[in-house]
Design a protein around this ligand. Structure first.
Ligand code: ATP
Ligand code: MG
Length: 350
């Protein structure tokens, strides 16, 4: 079977994108886009999937389709290189899902570690789990295979979903012959990016935990969030020795600081190791490291915010990009659905 390089990734439009998304997935997408060499690159706004735990809240999801799309354009994802699509507008995807559901057992779905973890947080379900939510990994398999995607850039929480997809692909091919391609996940390079910690330092950055720095945050919001981060609770006086492990500011510096930032803002240190050594031995205040982190994040986010504001002026143009991409994607999904059904033998009229 032809082995094209087809990339697919996406987000649930449930809120603006934050720094966790940026380091966990967006940066990788930008690299892939700029490197080129792929046959297709799809980025999906997974609104139907977002409805699996927001079913009474269509308006929120709908509003965030635009917001996330604005974030995409703001970070520099390029509609000339990427096909952007809205999941619910590609009806074929639900048909794929319907057939795939026969290849997965209930107990297999219940064993999915990410689903288990997410269910703990979904108090709205009252321990009565909607089928739609439990089967969203199956619908992700549909999203992937409908476009013959082979490369799926994800965070580590998504690995069980890709594993599930690979199982479904193998089961289908065993039954009906080589039809689908097994996708491969690719993870961020820096392990700190797998789960960027939230500004509270307690859990990963997550919309629902209210511990996010958003890509669209204004300068004063960013500053306020950085300055309220926990450092080392035992580092009270300037001269006290401090800990860098579990210190949120240093965790962020690990992810975001570069030698150029030191040259620009802290030339008295060569690099992060030197700064850490000073903190550990004592004599370095929290204010100084917070100011440094704030400068770095302001530099990172200012151009993104400015570009976002430009795109915000013309939402019609943004929807036009989505419409074009969705139409193109739908043709591909349709073609692949016919192939799937033909291989299954459900083609009555031709
Ligand atoms: P919610 O609170 O609704 O779960 P969220 O802020 O956790 O929202 P998701 O929509 O769950 O965002 O995240 C989508 C994907 O983005 C995740 O599957 C993961 O790959 C990546 N991601 C999200 N948060 C982080 C993070 N803090 N660090 C690294 N990657 C992240
Ligand atoms: Mg989440």
């Amino acid at each position: 079977m032809e082995n094209k390089k087809i990339i697919l990734t996406g987000d649930r439009p449930t809120g603006h994108l934050h720094l966790g998304h940026f380091v966990g997935s967006i940066k990788r997408r930008i690299e892939l886009q700029n490197k080129g060499g792929y046959d297709e690159f799809y980025v999906m706004l997974a609104d139907a999937q977002a409805l699996t735990d927001n079913f009474g809240n269509v308006q929120k999801v709908k509003d965030n389709v635009l917001q996330v799309m604005l974030d995409y354009l703001a970070v520099g994802l390029d509609p000339n290189k990427i096909t952007f699509l809205i999941q619910s507008e590609v009806s074929e995807l639900t048909e794929f899902t319907f057939y795939y559901m026969n290849l997965v057992t209930l107990s297999r779905l219940e064993r999915n570690p990410t689903i288990k973890e997410e269910l703990k947080q979904k108090t709205q379900f009252n321990e009565s789990i909607p089928m739609g939510f439990l089967t969203y990994p199956v619908s992700q398999t549909a999203d992937i295979t409908a476009f013959n995607a082979t490369i799926i850039p994800v965070g580590d929480d998504q690995l069980p979903m890709i594993e599930q997809a690979r199982e479904i692909v193998r089961s289908f091919n065993n039954l009906y012959g080589e039809t689908l391609v097994e996708p491969k996940a690719i993870l961020p390079e820096n392990e700190n990016c797998f789960r960027l910690i939230g500004t509270d330092g307690k859990a990963k950055m997550s919309k629902s935990l209210n511990n996010c720095i958003y890509l669209s945050d204004e300068p004063d919001e960013i500053k306020q969030k950085v300055f309220s981060m926990y450092t080392d609770p035992d580092h009270i006086h300037l001269e006290d020795p401090g800990k860098v492990e579990g210190n949120t500011v240093f965790t962020y510096l690990d992810v975001f600081s570069s030698p150029e930032d030191f040259e620009k803002y802290l030339p008295e240190y060569k690099n992060l190791d030197e700064l850490k050594a000073h903190y550990i031995r004592g004599g370095l205040g929290d204010m100084k490291i917070k100011k440094f982190l704030n400068n770095i994040l302001q530099d990172l986010l200012a151009p993104i915010r400015e570009r976002r504001k430009e795109f915000e002026k013309n939402p019609d143009a943004v929807f036009e990009i989505l419409k074009k991409g969705t139409q193109k994607a739908r043709k591909v999904a349709y073609k692949n659905l016919i192939k799937l059904k033909t291989n299954m033998g459900i083609n009555y009229f031709n």
